[in-house]
Design a protein around this ligand. Structure first.
Ligand SMILES: [Zn+2]
Ligand SMILES: [Zn+2]
Ligand SMILES: [Zn+2]
Ligand SMILES: [Zn+2]
Ligand SMILES: [Zn+2]
Ligand SMILES: [Zn+2]
Length: 464
């Protein structure tokens, strides 16, 4: 069987060094995944083994196993013969039972491509707190132009109250007018890292539930005060001015509503047009699969169609899953492996059915909860039903997910002849070789779970 790509380090690279504390001795370079360190001088019985150092898969630590038949000191802890201890960059290894009078090395690891990508940063957690609730951010959002950060729930409440007062939205921290607010995914990662590093900063689950229930900022919001803008001298390039032109409801009343000075706007991710953010009107303005804003259902519900002045989406771009039609296998299907896509296509044809029929069947199975949703690549996977509004991209992702299950449940006889004999690739759908090696893609089945994992790539080690 062929080997997959594994660790990015080749056997020639020096991955770590043992640097002698006493410069009379020489440095020892470690190249192999496992290296046995011997004494430098031969005595009558040959070189004596000291210890074996093994690189860990995480590439940031290693194991030292005592092979000396005496005690070895690692970071001032005694390691008995044949026992092992974890070592990391900076660990001190003394080749004897005490710190004095024995050869001592400092273990140093070379920066790898991986570790260079993830540098450690120290940070004062006070900078990661929300000034409204005084805790570490939860689902952090950033207000612009002042760039202060808050919990989504805290800021949403603030926004709701400002709107009730019909006043423009001021930053709770610096009182600057907020023109824009959006979730900050980069800071969100930092928020999670902080809580991992210090779990005592975590809030209770009731607290986070309450915050989540208030959180209304899904996709970026454009906040603007018409009053404020009217007062200013306008220039043709005024960004706020062009915003007004992009929202049909700023100028004209539709369905009994016209935007006012405290209206929050959403930008449609498909056409770039603006629409007022309306809560509790029973019309979907966000795709449940990706939380982005789409305008088609909103304008459709009001009977508004686009004009030269106001670009807006046709209903096809954002509608319930059950109302969509599909004629071609999405290019995302089967991890973009064309060979597998072709098999699926032939499979369906051989059954005398259409892609639309097969997808409809599987949507039904999904709705009856007959499919494990763990690997479904959509947000809120548990909430998705056939009546859910999704954008076209999310619909393609959903269909690709369903086609995986369609294929997995195809038994040998139902597959086109010749294809049933293919063995499963060890790396299954996560295989990287299938993308650049045509022969491999044809020889092995890739519509299956991985039975082996890539050691150095955490993104491909998810299981279903
Ligand atoms: Zn807060
Ligand atoms: Zn501010
Ligand atoms: Zn408007
Ligand atoms: Zn979507
Ligand atoms: Zn649109
Ligand atoms: Zn493979």
């Amino acid at each position: 069987m062929e080997k997959g790509e594994s660790s990015k380090l080749s056997e020639e690279d020096v991955w770590a060094k043992l640097i002698p504390v006493d410069s009379h001795y020489s440095e020892i370079e470690l190249r192999l995944k496992e290296t046995v360190i011997c004494s430098e001088v031969d005595n009558s019985s040959g070189k004596q083994d000291w210890c074996k150092i093994t690189r860990s898969v995480d590439l940031v630590s290693a194991m030292m196993q005592n092979k000396s038949s005496k005690e070895i000191l690692v970071d001032e802890k005694v390691v008995q013969d044949e026992h092992a201890a974890a070592i990391k960059c900076g660990s001190e290894i003394s080749l004897g039972p005490s710190d004095e009078g024995f050869v001592k090395y400092r273990f140093e690891m070379m920066p790898t491509e991986e570790s260079r990508r993830y540098i450690q940063v120290s940070l004062d957690i006070e900078y990661a707190k929300c000034c409204i609730c005084l805790s570490i951010w939860h689902d952090v959002v950033t207000a612009a132009p002042c760039l202060h950060n808050f919990c989504n729930g805290c800021f949403s409440e603030w926004l709701r109250r400002s709107q009730e007062r019909r006043s423009s939205v001021l930053c709770p921290q610096c009182r600057a007018v907020v023109q824009f607010v959006g979730r900050n995914h980069f800071l969100h990662n930092i928020e999670e890292d902080i809580l991992l590093a210090d779990p005592s900063l975590k809030r209770s689950s009731e607290d986070t539930k309450l915050l989540d229930s208030c959180a209304s900022i899904k996709s970026p919001l454009v906040l603007n005060s018409r009053k404020g803008r009217r007062k200013r001298e306008r220039s043709p390039s005024d960004a706020a001015d062009s915003l007004e032109h992009l929202c049909p409801q700023c100028d004209t009343q539709f369905g009994g509503f016209r935007c006012n000075e405290s209206t929050v706007h959403l930008q449609c991710q498909a056409c770039g047009g603006m629409m007022p953010s309306r809560l509790n009107i029973g019309v979907q303005q966000h795709c449940l699969g990706c939380d982005r804003a789409f305008c088609a259902a909103y304008w459709h519900s009001l009977g508004v169609s686009g004009s030269n002045l106001h670009p807006l989406c046709i209903p096809e771009t954002f509608k319930p899953i059950a109302e969509r039609t599909i004629t071609r296998i999405p290019s995302l299907a089967h991890e973009e492996n064309h060979y597998e896509q072709n098999i699926t296509e032939r499979c369906i044809r051989q059954m005398g059915r259409s892609l639309q029929d097969v997808v409809a069947d599987w949507i039904l199975k999904l709705e009856k909860r007959e499919i494990d949703r763990t690997r479904m690549p959509l947000n809120h996977a548990e909430m998705i039903t056939s009546r859910t509004y999704t954008c076209s991209e999310c619909y393609d992702k959903l269909v690709s997910f369903l086609l995986y299950w369609f294929r997995v449940t195809m038994t040998g006889l139902l597959l086109p002849s010749g294809e049933a004999q293919r063995e499963d690739c060890w790396y299954g759908y996560a295989c990287r070789t299938q993308h650049h090696n045509q022969e491999h893609a044809q020889k092995r089945n890739h519509v299956c779970r991985p039975t082996r994992e890539y050691m150095t790539d955490s993104t491909s080690t998810r299981r279903d």
